[in-house]
Design a binder for this molecule. Structure first.
Ligand SMILES: [Zn+2]
Length: 217
């Protein structure tokens, strides 16, 4: 059971289909592991659908929501099951949405190792964001750092701690650009994370505009 979730803004933006691909991938992967957030997103989508019933055909033909629903079609029911030993897991370590981005196995990625930390890019780097997997050896500290955009980290195996808390499989850690932090991986197994650095969230498009007033409650 996950204890650290994406923000409500992130879930709304995801439900509205207005999220950048890297962050949408991170949220979709969290949803595969978190029934609580799946329900919340489903509620936002239902709400958006009701609002849209009174809108123009042009709005109804928007494929944003359809894309989101497609992404949600494959929640990973087995995700909450106890994990088999690492050696036997193969790509099952990766929830379904993420597996689609990793051709072959985790080990086939182009890992760059520096000390106890290895990184592999998942999507081409763009101006605002980087999308990568990180594999951190047990008890390794990530050098203190800050970042231009916000940094979103989703734990896939193992865990880590920083001054904001302890994060394990399914948990999302969000660090804004002002935050200097120094995460340390748990003892035991490697900590594998999906890490996305992105510009601040923006609300764009008709469905996002319909949903954004919800944030002002
Ligand atoms: Zn959640």
């Amino acid at each position: 059971m996950s204890h650290h979730h994406p923000s409500e803004e992130m879930l709304l933006s995801y439900a509205a289909g207005s999220m950048s691909e890297p962050l949408a991938l991170l949220v979709a992967t969290h949803l595969a592991l978190c029934p609580q957030c799946r329900h919340e997103v489903a509620a936002y989508e239902m709400l958006a659908g009701e609002e849209l019933e009174d809108q123009s055909p042009a709005l109804l033909s928007s494929d944003s929501l359809v894309r989101v629903l497609d992404r949600l079609d494959a929640p990973e029911a087995a995700a909450e099951a106890p994990q088999p030993p690492l050696a036997a897991q193969g790509d099952l370590r990766l929830p379904r949405p993420l597996r689609d981005y990793v051709a072959g196995s985790l080990d086939s990625l182009d890992w760059h190792q520096r000390g106890g930390i290895a990184e592999a890019s998942l999507l081409p780097e763009r101006d605002d964001f980087k999308t990568r997997l990180m594999r951190i050896r047990p008890k390794t500290a990530i050098p203190e750092h800050s970042h231009h955009g916000s940094e979103y980290t989703l734990v896939l195996t193992g865990g880590f701690s920083d001054h904001t808390g302890h994060f394990v499989r399914g948990d999302v850690a969000i660090a804004d650009p002002a935050v200097q932090h120094r995460p340390i991986a748990d003892a035991g197994e490697d900590c594998i994370c999906l890490a996305v650095t992105d510009a601040p969230l923006r609300f764009t498009g008709p469905i996002a505009r319909l949903l954004s007033p919800l944030l002002q409650r």
